[in-house]
Design a binder for this molecule. Structure first.
Ligand code: IDP
Ligand code: MG
Length: 139
């Protein structure tokens, strides 16, 4: 059964460019309720753990540098079929391949700096949400 929660990060490039408001507006207008949210900055260790699945990939060092260079907005979102619907809303990993109207098409610069994260499964949504938030920060 589809879960009703997913996890997102507005990545450092999106925050640097002043797109927090516009992206949150689009997320809300698409029917997602914000369950938890904060402006925070990941340490190198945080990013290495969060993206541990990619540690053997050639871009891992670049990814950790990027994700730690400035603040992010981390959030847990609620909606029916949240994981799948949010991946559709953000679009393909490479903005060059992302559909028109998706967040990555609108706000991402490149495959490496692609503006936003969305969990890829119910299991990872739960793991990633718990990585950033404690139970009493969720509403
Ligand atoms: P996803 O974020 O769409 O799930 P993943 O393949 O899980 O995509 O990759 C995680 C993140 O790593 C991407 O969002 C992007 O920021 C970065 N990334 C993925 N592939 C590359 C690459 O080939 N070069 C540089 N960065 C990459
Ligand atoms: Mg992924």
């Amino acid at each position: 059964m589809a879960t009703n929660r997913t996890f997102t990060m507005l990545k450092p490039d999106a925050v640097e460019k002043g797109h927090i408001g516009a992206i949150l507006e689009k997320i809300s207008a698409s029917g997602f309720r914000i369950v938890a949210m904060k402006l925070t900055q990941m340490t190198k260790e945080d990013a290495q753990t969060f993206y541990g699945i990619h540690k053997e990939r050639p871009f891992f060092g670049e990814l950790v540098e990027y994700m730690t260079r400035g603040p992010i907005v981390a959030a847990i979102l609620e909606k029916d079929n949240a994981v799948e619907d949010f991946r559709t809303l953000i679009g393909a990993t490479n903005p060059a391949d992302a559909a028109d109207g998706t967040i990555r098409k609108m706000y991402a610069a490149s495959l490496g700096e692609n503006a936003i994260h969305g969990s890829d499964s119910d299991e990872n949504a739960a793991i990633e949400g718990a990585f950033h938030f404690s139970g009493r920060e969720m509403f």
